[in-house]
Design a protein. Sequence first.
Length: 48
Amino acid sequence: MSDQTSLAIQAALSNNWDKAIEINESILKENPEDINSMNRLAFALIQM
């Protein structure tokens, strides 16, 4: 698991949805095919 992935998960677990969105979008810019990041991003957006 990458550092960014860990940070995204930690942000979500802390209910820091803005940060979770920011990190997952960053991951997806580097790897647009990352399904797990897409799922985390979608969940964070729903929580907003």
